[in-house]
Design a protein around this ligand. Structure first.
Ligand code: BGC
Length: 417
């Protein structure tokens, strides 16, 4: 695929050269934005860069949370062939920076005043050793439910406000013979639901103790057992074909009226919008019941792999500058389902869910109820994250009960550190 796109870009470059149109350098971008909604958002970025004569070489590696993309990245870097720009999350950025692989973006950051407009919670991942090493393109959050409004109306289901009401709502859907919960059985999707479930059980205090501090007592606590019990409850509401399903196909079930709810990060909204659906009319967005006020976030950032060629370095700088411009942050995030990574972008262009997300992010940040997503690399390094994935998925698939899961979690997290 890389060869194909590489060739295509070379042909475009040759055409441009023959027409005398000046172009800067290409950037090769490794990312996992492969669904319909994600591709639309990616096009906003590609088009923006094209206006700046920066060519695009596509390197897509599907899979939410970026696990597969990070495996590909490691292989490319080991082979001495790092892509120029890479979509990256949280602790992965820090790990690559610690390896000395990332370009320093301080010059463009200073020119554009990033320090003043990027929230501190994001800077903690964008900066390494005091220097900018990544440009944050958005803020997503994971503790969301996406609901088919017609189905809720038809079954007389009001928007649930706590966990018990949510379970009762799902039961009502199930009793009607329909699928209550659209889910794709992949470890990262189960972990994404787990972010919200953990918050629903013990709020940010418990979440932090267990998954940020990695306190063994919290990891093995009764509250954790309850979290795993809630995961088992969710399991009882998915359809029988859930195994291996991609997240966007689960979103499509809600979009098409084949299921009532999906618990997923707000990239799911990109799928609804792509299908022409309108928030409040066709679908509802609400926080995982019992987690209102709390936000488990993840931020997609672009890290640039250090280059020696000055033209390549210049293109990286221009890409970073473009990503961080307020106009781009609005245009891109309106389509992506996320919210801007800058605090000074107006919310005018955003739909109701986007406006809600922006307000809640600011509130959570001010109230100390903003936590990094466990599933999406903002709570722990990859080794710990993957250890958590394993236990959450095994429990979800019925390999062991909730009490065993909590004990296994303690052991797995300890072994991974
Ligand atoms: C990324 C999102 C992406 C989602 C599903 C998450 O890890 O942060 O940008 O849309 O995965 O692919």
């Amino acid at each position: 695929m890389r060869g194909y796109f590489g060739r295509k870009t070379a042909i475009v470059a040759a055409l441009l050269a023959s027409t005398g149109i000046a172009r800067a350098e290409d950037v090769e971008v490794l990312h996992w934005w492969t669904s319909g909604g994600e591709a639309s958002a990616l096009n906003v970025l590609k088009d923006d860069l094209a206006t700046k004569q920066i060519g695009w070489i596509d390197m897509p590696v599907a899979g939410g949370g970026g696990e597969a993309a990070m495996t590909t990245l490691r292989a490319r870097v080991t082979a001495g062939d790092a892509p120029t720009a890479v979509q990256m999350l949280g602790f992965d950025i820090q790990d690559w920076a610690a390896e000395g692989q990332l370009a320093n973006l301080d010059a463009v950051a200073a020119e554009e005043g990033w320090d003043a407009v990027v929230p501190v919670a994001l800077q903690a991942f964008s900066k390494y050793d005091g220097s900018w090493v990544a440009a944050p393109v958005n803020v997503h959050s994971t503790n969301w439910v996406w609901a088919n409004k017609a189905m809720m109306d038809e079954l007389g289901i009001a928007q649930p406000t706590n966990w018990d009401e949510f379970v009762a709502a799902m039961q009502k859907v199930k009793d009607s013979g329909k699928t209550a919960l659209a889910h794709g059985g992949q470890p990262w999707q189960e972990a994404t639901m787990f972010d919200g479930v953990v918050l629903s059980v013990g709020g940010v205090e418990f979440y932090r103790k267990a998954f940020i501090d990695l306190d063994p007592e919290a990891l093995g606590s009764d509250q954790m057992v309850e979290a795993f019990n809630r995961m088992a409850t969710l399991r009882s509401f998915v359809d029988e074909n859930f195994s291996g399903r991609d997240w966007n196909l689960a979103s499509a079930m809600v979009i098409n009226g084949d299921a009532a709810f999906q618990i997923m990060g707000d990239w799911a909204k990109g799928e609804f919008l792509k299908a022409g659906k309108v928030p409040g009319t066709d679908f509802l967005c609400f926080r995982v019941p019992g987690t209102q006020g709390d936000v488990s976030f993840n931020s997609d950032q672009f890290a640039m792999f250090a280059q020696t060629d000055p033209a390549a370095q210049a293109a990286q700088g221009e890409m970073a500058r473009a990503i961080m411009s307020p106009g781009f942050q609005s245009a891109f995030n309106v389509v992506k389902g996320s919210v801007p990574a800058r605090t000074d972008v107006p919310n005018d262009a955003f739909d109701a869910c986007g406006k809600q997300a922006m307000a809640e992010l600011a509130e959570a940040s001010a109230n100390g109820t903003l936590v990094g997503s466990i599933a999406h690399g903002h709570a722990n390094k990859a080794a710990v994250k993957n250890a958590i994935y394993d236990v959450v998925t095994a429990n979800f698939n019925g390999e062991y009960d909730a009490a065993t899961a909590a004990q296994n979690l303690v052991n797995a997290v300890e072994a991974a550190q």
